[in-house]
Design a protein. Structure first.
Length: 89
């Protein structure tokens, strides 16, 4: 889980995105629709209505995962610098 979180932060930083999260109770969280058995039909309906298609994140995360495995000091060095270096691009 920590590695996934690190990869997500690398992508957010690469795209110069400053995320903001807020707790939303599960019953009010539309993102939970696809993981809730009682909302499967709603998820299918929305997918058809908005022409949503499943997307695999593998293409985006594999290069970051390779960098983390092969040269973690490089991957984490840039992440740390961008998070705590006091500068934005």
């Amino acid at each position: 889980m920590a590695r996934l979180a690190g990869e997500i932060w690398m992508e957010l930083l690469r795209l110069d995105i400053a995320p903001w999260w807020q707790y939303v109770p599960s019953k009010l969280n539309v993102a939970d629709i696809f993981s809730r058995p009682d909302k499967v039909s709603v998820g299918e309906q929305w997918s058809k209505q908005f022409s949503w298609k499943k997307v695999s994140p593998t293409k985006e995360f594999l290069p970051v995962a390779r960098l983390l495995l092969q040269r973690p000091e490089v991957a984490w060095g840039e992440l740390r610098t961008r998070l705590y270096g006091g500068r934005r691009r």
